[in-house]
Design a binder for this molecule. Structure first.
Ligand code: GAR
Length: 209
């Protein structure tokens, strides 16, 4: 099974959804590590209780690059194949993103490209949108901007507040993230995909003499 490290900063309900989905026998990934910049993140305790390895290192007093290096070393030590950001409230250095490019996913609580950054539900409500929602995307150096792998629209109800909409979006997030991660990992390890990769690399090689 592919080894996934999950990075969290807070409650970790998306991490929990990934973890419980991974308990299914046919799930193509397992959780190798739950890591955080916040040693008090509630999700760390849950992961520990579920027998998952955890790692925490506060970012305070460290440069972005220095903290990212510490996290990267922990991911490598855990032999992670993929990284899933799940409410990891840190902007990542381009160096860190470069090391995991194509293998790092994020979940964002809006229908990207709408409402990158924070306060997404508030902004959807203010704009009078019919739907909020969530997106899973590959992480690139630009914030909340990489290729979108999956999205779920969530209808906005009369009287919705950012909190009430956020709660419904979170339910959709849990379902979307585990499903999208599983599909991504399965596609990448499928024989067709691997053969296509080998072909692509062979074509990129210079002609033999
Ligand atoms: C989720 O809604 C996630 O989409 C959001 O933080 C929440 C974390 O909840 N992420 C971002 O806003 C990233 N910019 P969780 O800790 O319960 O999974």
């Amino acid at each position: 099974k592919a080894r996934v490290a999950v990075l969290i900063s807070g409650t970790g309900t998306n991490m929990a959804a990934l973890l419980y989905a991974a308990k299914a026998e046919d799930c193509p990934y397992e959780i190798a590590l739950v890591a955080s910049n916040n040693p008090d993140a509630a999700g760390l305790k849950l992961a520990e209780a579920e027998g998952i390895a955890t790692f925490a290192h506060p970012h305070k007093g460290l440069s972005r690059e220095a903290h990212d290096d510490i996290m990267h070393d922990a991911l490598v030590a855990a032999k992670a194949d993929y990284v899933a950001l799940a409410g990891y409230m840190r902007i990542l250095s381009p160096e860190f993103v470069g090391k995991w490019e194509g293998r790092m996913l994020n979940i964002h609580p809006s229908l990207l490209p709408k409402y990158k950054g924070l306060h997404t539900h508030e902004r959807a409500l203010e704009a009078g949108d019919s739907h909020g929602g969530c997106s899973v995307h590959l992480v690139t150096a630009e914030l909340d901007d990489g290729p979108i792998l999956g999205q779920t629209p969530v209808a906005i109800l009369p009287g919705d507040t950012p909190e009430s909409l956020g709660q419904r979006v979170l339910i959709a997030e849990h379902q979307l993230y585990s499903r999208t991660l599983a599909a991504f990992v399965a596609r990448e390890s499928s024989p067709d995909y691997l053969i296509a990769q080998i072909r692509e690399r062979a074509l990129a090689l210079p002609e033999a003499d």
